[in-house]
Ligand binder design. Structure first.
Ligand code: CO
Ligand code: ZN
Length: 326
């Protein structure tokens, strides 16, 4: 799965511009399902048909990443932008960024600024004038901090964007490995999660699942200054109880715990006090459904250097497969 993850992490996929990663995932998942299609918003839906009258299980991982849209180029050739999703400018300044067409630059902060923000940061691609920059970049182009992945000792990985390509990789791998399911299974690779869970909303409306499970990252509480939460890196798959946008179905939470125990997958219960996932939009789509979330513990989420633990990834995969197999 590591090679698959590396492939899935490479393409730039700012919210609303998910085409290139979708192509990679489509090719990877196609052999393991009955049909694959893309809907009006760009969600990729891989469907493995269940028996007559079986319940619908929708699994969702988002393809988009936080990033930027070019708004303007100034006289000095500096590029100004708007953000897509929750950018932490304190950690993003002085990073290398890459545009859709492969142009590279650095996102820097105004020297006078005591704190970094959308207003004080800009991108320098080395152009001397507006017209020189305009040959490489135009309004509406997207960019993000360059993707990267490195192995650290102890089975840990650092890089970006693990949010949520690791969830995408887990779904593809689960589709590959899962045995016969009692459900009609929809593996959905969603768009525009980082700007408000938009893709999963329309996909869930169209599918009308009985059960919906998001596979996405969560924060951890195990570093200096981290938010107060019980989740630890290396503590196993996160089983979400609630976050700011959703309260998961307690019966589904219990079922996840049962499945994790039965399969020997290490797990931990998760309450995230800041942030949300596709779980919320799937739960509230149409007449609603039973919704939950399998969370990959991630340190330094939404920074250029997110950190995950390979043991946790395998626990999340095992739990996901367990939920598919019922
Ligand atoms: Co995110
Ligand atoms: Zn996410």
């Amino acid at each position: 799965m590591y090679e698959l993850l590396k492939e899935i992490m490479k393409p730039l996929s700012v919210s609303g511009r998910e085409e290139s990663v979708r192509r990679v995932i489509e090719k990877a998942v196609e052999p393991y399902v009955d049909e694959v299609y893309t809907d009006a918003l760009g969600n990729l839906i891989a469907h493995k048909r269940g028996g007559e009258g079986s319940q619908k299980l929708m699994l969702a991982a988002h393809m988009d990443e936080i990033g930027f849209f070019v708004t303007d180029i100034d006289d000095k050739g500096m590029i100004h932008f708007s953000n897509a999703g929750g950018i932490r400018f304190d950690t993003t300044a002085y990073s290398e960024v890459v545009f859709e067409n492969g142009t590279r630059g650095i996102l820097v902060g105004n020297d006078d600024a005591s704190s970094f923000s959308l207003d004080t940061c800009y991108v320098d691609i080395g152009a001397k004038t507006r017209s020189e920059a305009a040959k490489k970049v135009k309004t509406g182009d997207t960019f993000a901090v360059a993707s990267n992945i490195r192995r650290l000792p102890g089975g840990r990985l650092v890089g970006r964007p693990f949010d949520d390509r690791i969830g995408c990789a887990i779904l593809v791998e689960a589709a590959k490995r899962a045995d016969v399911s009692p459900y009609d299974v929809y593996y959905v690779f969603t768009v525009q999660e980082e700007v408000g869970c938009r893709g999963s909303r329309t996909a869930a409306y169209a599918i009308m699942p009985d059960i919906a499970i998001a596979v996405d990252i969560t924060k951890t509480g195990d570093t200096p200054g981290a938010p107060k939460m019980a989740v630890k890196l290396g503590g196993g798959a996160g089983i979400k109880i609630k976050d700011n946008s959703v309260i998961c179905d307690p019966a589904l939470v219990d079922k996840m715990i049962e499945v994790a125990k039965a399969r020997g997958a290490k797990y931990q219960l998760e309450i995230l006090t800041m942030g949300g996932t596709d779980t919320s939009s799937m739960q509230a789509a149409g007449a609603g459904c039973s919704a939950g979330c399998i969370s990959i513990p991630t340190r330094y989420a939404h920074t250029p250097l997110e950190m995950i633990d390979w043991g946790d990834v395998n626990a999340c995969l095992e739990l996901t497969i367990g939920m598919i197999e019922g």
